[in-house]
Ligand binder design. Structure first.
Ligand SMILES: [Ca+2]
Ligand SMILES: [Ca+2]
Length: 565
């Protein structure tokens, strides 16, 4: 929706409210009707006056049809940008296609200081301490709550100068606004890519191995045990050696690639504020601490059984990510989970044998944690500072970058020919030929030419539909959208809502989490490798009480209640 339509709707509502009040008070004689008309005219004039400044400002940038009036800047003001340069960005600011197009269209002039990702956080600390601010910070400010006095409060400017972005963030995908605001106020903009993919990680299993051992895809933890046992005992990979299979390999306790993911088979999720994983989950509106739940105890017993029978990779706790990948590529792994395509672990050749599956269910059922929004979300990546004299121009420029599907697509993925090309059906397929290109792969192409995590590009499902899924991506996306999503029957509905807490509460919890996390990691590793019994579990519950898990939970419950009220 363009600015004028947006303003008309708001004006209409205000007038209707005034009318209703007047009509009720006066009844409906002819004289009164005239009076009402006068009142209405006055109300309209007032509405115009009330939003006078904004209206005047906005009309400088949008015509009566809501189209941009370009250019918006005479170029007399140069905007200073601090830009976080990714290690995979092999170009310069001039390679950022959508930004260059936006500058050309709007007439905005910029001056850029690039800062490498490695020194980004340090540079931000120095910057905020010195107060010597650029106009815009392009790159994540993770602890932005500490610096809101130096960041422009754009809460009221956004609907006026970037009405489509406002509508997307606050109405189409309200979780996005919730995750971005601090105490209800907006100081920065996110980058979003709605792609319909709900889960954070995927389970996959080698179907060839299943065929060789004569078993079906497991749907319960009991069946899974039988499958893993068969993988171990038989020559599941068919190379003549019955002893070189690793039934399940993992990357430490990692939430996506490691043992914490097994919580899902026991009806648990590892939730937290703003997509973090802080050992909590919401059940019937109550926040509970997952590692003291009976289901967690059963999970540990189950994992220890698998570990002691050699069904879990004995190097799983200590190996590097690439160690697991090497085993996957050598067709030594039967069952795995990963935060992306399973081929990141198996490679393409072995990957052909794998299929995705739902997490096998214990007696508690199995669940899939849901992302809201369903897709990529990078918070606080575009921030206008209080040093900026014309924030409204920058917001109009951001709106321009989001003003069509084409712009949003290029904003996220870069221009045609870099990270993507048109296929025979006119869909946008991943580029695979990087001969004579400055970038060696798709990640480099995309980070060099797109605005990922630097520019506030808000991609909708429409842009995702412009892409061609091929090979493994087809199954991956279908599983992520359907089986693992709300329609798949395993979606865990009570996700902790996105939203930011007060500085004090967040800092206090963060400190508690550090201690809790260290303890829980040791406890889980020990329980899986050495075993767990009633006495150890009782001791564990005492330890958690001593770590004030109760206070930790109360703090989360309070945040939950605030965010859902
Ligand atoms: Ca074997
Ligand atoms: Ca073998």
């Amino acid at each position: 929706m363009r600015y004028q339509q947006f303003l008309k709707r708001m004006t209409g509502l205000a007038v209707a409210a005034v009318l209703a009040g007047v009509t009720c008070a006066c009844g409906a004689s002819q004289a009164d009707t005239e009076a009402v008309s006068e009142e209405t005219a006055a109300a309209e004039a007032n509405v115009g006056e009330d939003t006078g400044n904004a209206s005047e400002g906005a009309s400088r940038y949008y015509d009566e049809n809501g189209e941009f009036i370009l250019p918006i800047s005479d170029g007399s003001y140069t905007y200073k940008i601090l830009w976080e340069k990714d290690v995979n960005d092999v170009g310069t600011i001039e390679d950022k296609e959508i930004l260059m197009q936006a500058l050309e269209a709007t007439g905005i002039k910029i001056e850029v200081e690039e800062v490498s990702s490695q020194s980004w956080d340090e540079r931000l600390s120095v910057l905020f301490a010195s107060g010597d601010l650029p106009d815009i910070i392009c790159g994540p400010i993770n602890n932005i709550a500490n610096f809101t006095d130096q960041c422009m409060d754009i809460t009221d400017l956004l609907p006026e100068y970037a009405p489509w972005m406002y509508d997307f963030m606050y109405h189409q995908e309200p979780a996005v606004a919730s995750s971005e605001v601090i105490n209800g106020r907006l100081y920065s903009l996110p980058q979003v890519r709605i792609n319909g993919v709900y889960p954070r990680f995927f389970w996959s299993i080698n179907t060839k191995w299943l065929e060789r051992v004569g078993l079906d895809i497991p749907t319960t933890t009991d069946e899974l045990y039988e499958v893993l046992k068969a993988f171990k005992e038989q020559d599941a990979n068919g190379n003549g050696d019955p002893n070189d299979e690793i039934p399940y390999s993992f990357f430490g306790l990692d939430n996506n690639d490691g043992l914490y993911s097994w919580m899902n088979m026991f009806g648990l999720i590892n939730d937290g504020a703003n997509r973090a994983q802080q050992y909590i989950m919401v059940e019937d509106g109550q926040v509970l601490f997952v590692p003291t739940d009976d289901r967690f105890y059963e999970m540990l017993q189950y994992l220890n059984k698998l570990y002691s029978e050699g069904l879990l990779d004995q190097d799983g706790m200590v190996q590097e990510y690439t160690d697991r990948t090497a085993k996957g590529n050598a067709d030594q792994l039967g069952f795995i989970n990963a935060g992306g395509l399973m081929t990141t672990v198996t490679g393409n050749e072995v990957g052909e044998e794998f299929t995705y599956l739902l997490p096998p269910a214990s007696k508690y059922g199995s669940v899939i944690q849901q992302n809201d929004p369903a897709g990529e979300l990078a918070n606080h990546i575009f921030t206008i500072t209080t040093a900026c004299e014309h924030p409204e121009e920058l917001l109009v420029m951001c709106e321009w970058m989001n003003s069509s599907s084409e712009n949003r697509f290029v904003g996220r993925f870069g221009p045609e020919g870099a990270g993507w090309v048109f296929d025979d059906e006119g869909k946008r397929a991943n580029q695979s030929d990087f001969t004579n290109k400055p970038y060696a792969n798709r990640s480099q192409a995309s980070l060099t030419t797109g605005g990922q995590n630097r520019l506030p590009v808000l991609c909708t499902l429409e842009e995702e539909k412009m892409r061609a899924y091929v090979g493994f991506s087809i199954e991956y996306n279908e599983f992520g959208m359907n089986d693992y999503g709300p329609a798949g029957g395993h979606a865990y509905e009570e996700g902790f809502p996105l939203g930011n807490d007060t500085l004090e509460a967040a800092a206090e919890r963060s400190q508690m989490f550090t201690e809790i996390d260290t303890y829980i990691q040791n406890f889980v590793a020990e329980s899986v490798t050495l075993g767990i019994d009633e006495a150890k579990w009782k001791n564990h519950l005492d330890r958690c009480a001593a770590l004030d898990v109760k206070g930790y939970l109360e703090s989360y419950q309070s945040l939950y209640d605030t965010l859902t009220k």
